[in-house]
Design a protein around this ligand. Structure first.
Ligand code: PMP
Length: 455
């Protein structure tokens, strides 16, 4: 094919999360359109989008009601801000709807445009809160290895993955990391899931004591760690962790950017995993990814403290030009209505066994060391040796190889750190489409086994 406009433009595009050195030689997949759970590249080839894009397109690629909601809002009020006491009406309505479905005692929301920004806001709120309470030292944030919280300076610091930090002078000194709750990789021989969870909670306790409880403001966690490898913690993990946080007056921030809005079989992952958040961050499925919008939900207690502080300081000086933008707000509101009308949480519960049992069929495969997941999110972890759990050398790019074979078979899945490959299909997927997705994956796995000489 001669150089068409797309190919020419590509040379000017800094493609995030790719190896920029390899970029010129790398095959790019340029997507032109989508329909249901399928997307189509510029040559018209179909792919099952097994990742909902970046874990966000819950309602698939052709939800007309969201298109109409955006169009209507563009005509009615294409922009208004949320500064100085003014508000778009639709944004107020969205806040009310969110409060209706949020776990109590979260009673206020502050909007932004991305998960990173809202996590950033959560940290600023924790700092502002402690300043108001006369605890200016209480500022450190604990996050977990392999957690993903975004890429702004502070959210990138909290992300416990090397790529978000190497070369960027991160993490900042106020952020400290604790263990990743991945039992398969990090448990001691013979250690039960519960004993592992209890040990990790003790480690957090010791870390807080070592740092000084008067210096630790908050702990941030995804209910299920997504981009770090779809790591489902032991069932009792948060039950062990939360009393430690309470004891030291450390706020619990739940990062629901992936787990929120039905993904795990409850409206929020916090409900599935037993988290009682003081703050909760939502994004992605909030608008089915059709428009950029995120929110930070706050407990009344935190809000009241901020309000008192702003009384002293004159204002709460935080917010963006596009915070609570009416167009994404209208789309998010329509998305939440659709979740309710179509009983989406129940649907996830019904579909979960099709995906979860389906991926567990791969557990027997010689290259698969671990299979995990919950609701409509899951992953397989590739190993070189099942008995010892030895991994492939990173230079062999085992997971990336599997993902590129999957692409050849018309399936988009994602390679994550330590050779995990994730599934996170749109919530509207049909059982037969899950089976088709798994069938395409099985072909890719066979190709990958051949590639690595595994039989
Ligand atoms: N938190 C989690 C759990 C995420 O998965 C992501 C994005 N993958 C983010 C935060 C950051 O969101 P964004 O890319 O919208 O900044």
């Amino acid at each position: 094919m001669s150089l068409n406009s797309v190919e020419r433009d590509r040379r000017f595009y800094l493609n995030p999360f790719t190896n920029l050195v390899a970029k010129e030689t790398q095959e790019h997949l340029v997507i032109s359109r989508g329909r249901g759970v399928y997307v189509y590249d510029e040559s018209g080839r179909e792919y099952i989008e097994g990742m909902s894009g970046l874990w966000c397109v819950s309602l698939g690629w052709s939800e007309e009601r969201l298109v109409e909601a955006a169009t209507r809002q563009m005509r009615e009020l294409p922009y208004y801000h949320s500064f100085t006491g003014k508000l778009p009406d639709v944004t107020v309505e969205l806040a009310e709807k969110l409060m209706e479905i949020a776990p109590s005692p979260l009673g206020k929301v502050v909007f932004a445009n991305s998960g990173s920004e809202s996590n950033d806001t959560a940290v600023k709120v924790a700092w502002y809160y402690n300043n108001q309470l006369g605890r200016p030292e209480k500022k450190k944030i604990i996050s977990r290895m392999r957690g993903y919280h975004g890429v702004t300076v502070i959210s990138g610091s909290m992300t416990g993955l090397a790529y978000a930090q190497s070369g960027f002078d991160l993490p900042m000194s106020r952020v400290i990391h604790t263990d990743c709750p991945h039992h398969y990789r990090h448990a001691e021989p013979g250690e039960s899931e519960d004993a592992f969870a209890a040990r990790l909670a003790r480690n957090i306790d010791e870390l807080i004591q070592k740092e000084g409880p008067e210096t630790v403001a908050a702990f941030i966690a995804e209910p299920i760690q997504g981009a770090g490898g779809v790591i489902v913690p032991p069932e009792t993990y948060f039950r062990h962790v939360q009393p430690v946080l309470k004891k030291h007056d450390v706020l619990m921030i739940a990062d629901e950017v992936i787990c929120g809005f039905g993904r795990t079989g409850n409206m929020f992952g916090s409900q599935t995993l037993g988290i009682e958040p003081d703050m909760m961050v939502v994004a992605k499925q909030l608008s089915s990814g059709y428009q950029p919008i995120s929110g930070l939900l706050l407990s009344d207690q935190i809000y009241n403290t901020l309000r008192d502080a702003s009384g002293k300081l004159g204002m709460f000086g935080h917010g963006y030009t596009y915070s609570g933008h009416p167009v994404p707000a209208a789309v998010a509101l329509e998305t939440l209505k659709i979740y309710e009308e179509r009983n989406m949480v129940e649907r996830v519960r019904e579909l979960a066994p099709v995906l979860q049992d389906g991926i567990r069929r791969f557990a027997e495969h010689p290259m698969i060391g671990h299979v995990r997941g919950m609701g409509l999110i899951g992953a397989v972890e590739l190993v070189k040796d099942k008995a010892t759990k030895e991994q492939y050398d990173p230079s062999q790019k085992a997971a990336a190889t599997l993902v590129s074979y999957a692409q050849k078979h018309g399936l988009i899945v994602r390679a994550l750190p330590m050779d995990a490959v994730a599934f996170c299909p749109p919530l509207i997927i049909e059982p037969s489409q899950i089976e088709e997705m798994l069938a395409r994956f099985a072909l890719a796995l066979d190709d990958t086994a051949k590639h690595f000489g595994v039989s």
